[in-house]
Ligand binder design. Structure first.
Ligand code: ZN
Ligand code: FE
Length: 312
């Protein structure tokens, strides 16, 4: 799926209509990207200069699956490479591919739960050559059809567009997120939700808080693609623990209006979550006052917030 440089330099107008923000002019692509495909490469946000790829923007097609899951098709218009992020259900994924006229080349799994991997084997059968990329640190064999196991620092290529893998454990032991620095987008599975976070099934509060902070350390305008539409429930809970947060109150009203109109609230942004998501605001005085934990450390505040949400 690597691209000849000449082809990468062709300006692609096709993608421009779906892109929400204009792209800065770009220079030449850095060479030998493969060499960074190894564990240990720093993925700190400070190192995320926009890759100098003269390529078109990645197209994202988001669609609902099952009761409240989202799945996402990611398409590189230059190479034609198309990935699906998580496979809750085959039929809507096939319908989305047919609607766009895209051919599936990759599956990117965030974690092992069935509502994220259930379609892997069927999709592999239907689309010979599809490569399944997923977390290395889940239980062995937990990701059906896994071809390439990835950990933090690995680079996944969709044509000339790069995703960098972040380990975001807590919901599951091996959960990963896929960050596309050039696109200012991250696919976070069940780690972070709009105004919420995933349940701690296979990790403790400290682990999950560290994962959430990896995501919120990215640039504020990074679009965060969560795997579920849980926003309204999360909003109602958030308002109970931070009743004086005016930005949160505004977002609760906005969410109500969007859901009433059937509009997805995903993606969100890092900036929005930092302002309104109690799981990103362990240092908030208002939150701490509600919990009666003014002097506690951030992990304890996060853990208590999670405990209250579990019982909400
Ligand atoms: Zn899950
Ligand atoms: Fe899920």
């Amino acid at each position: 799926m690597r691209l000849a440089l000449a082809r990468a330099l062709i300006p692609a107008a096709r993608a421009s209509s779906i892109r929400p923000t204009p792209r800065a002019p770009v220079a030449r692509r850095r060479p030998s990207l493969r060499s960074r495909d190894r564990p240990g490469f720093s993925t700190r946000s400070s190192s995320f200069a926009r890759p100098a790829a003269a390529s078109a923007a990645m197209e994202v097609h988001q669609f609902p699956c099952l009761n409240d899951n989202y799945s996402f098709l990611l398409h590189d218009p230059n190479s034609g490479a198309t990935a699906v992020v998580d496979t809750p259900e085959v039929a809507p994924i096939e319908a989305a591919l047919a609607e766009r006229g895209w051919t599936l080349t990759h599956i990117l799994n965030t974690h092992h739960h069935w509502d994220h991997t259930g379609g892997n084997e069927e999709l592999k059968k239907r689309h010979p050559g599809v490569r399944v990329i997923g977390p290395a640190r889940e239980t062995k064999g937990a990701i059906p059809g896994l071809d390439r196991a990835v950990v933090e620092g690995d680079v996944v290529e969709l044509g000339a567009i790069e995703a960098r893998v972040l380990d975001t454990p807590g919901h599951t032991a091996g959960h990963v997120s896929y960050h596309f620095p050039s696109e200012r987008k991250i696919f976070v599975g069940d780690t972070l939700f709009a105004m919420g976070c995933g349940r701690l099934f296979e990790g403790d509060a400290e682990t999950m808080l560290a994962s959430v902070r990896k995501i919120t350390a990215l640039p504020g305008d990074t679009q965060v693609y969560c795997a579920h539409e849980y926003t309204m429930t999360n909003a109602k809970f958030a308002a109970t623990v931070e009743p004086e947060n005016a930005e949160l109150a505004r977002r609760v009203r906005e969410t109500e209006a969007m859901r009433a109109a059937g509009i997805p609230t995903v993606p969100t942004t890092v900036e929005k979550e930092l302002a309104t998501n109690p799981f990103c605001r362990s240092d908030s005085e208002g939150l701490r006052r509600t919990l009666g934990m003014e002097g506690a450390d951030d992990v304890a505040v996060f853990a208590e917030t999670r405990r209250r949400k579990d019982a909400f």
